[in-house]
Design a protein around this ligand. Sequence first.
Ligand SMILES: [Zn+2]
Length: 87
Amino acid sequence: MRNLDDRCDLCGGQLEPGTATLEIWRKQQLMVIRDLPADVCLQCHEPYLSPETSDRLDRFMDTTENVKPRQYLTVPEYSALQALEGT
Ligand SMILES: [Zn+2]
């Protein structure tokens, strides 16, 4: 577990206990896992999972084919051309 005196590796901001929603790509599929306990940077909102949470998440990711998702989301996808043209 991180010490709360630890600082964010990215911006040096202060960490505070909170929750994080992770988006993970696996085998061409995007998965969303909500409200994981994490230490979250107050400045840039980067989440830091404890080693225990991280291990459990890794194990869960090996079993997701057998777990019915709570719901399916529809997400918009854009091409780079759409994103970059005209800007
Ligand atoms: Zn940060």
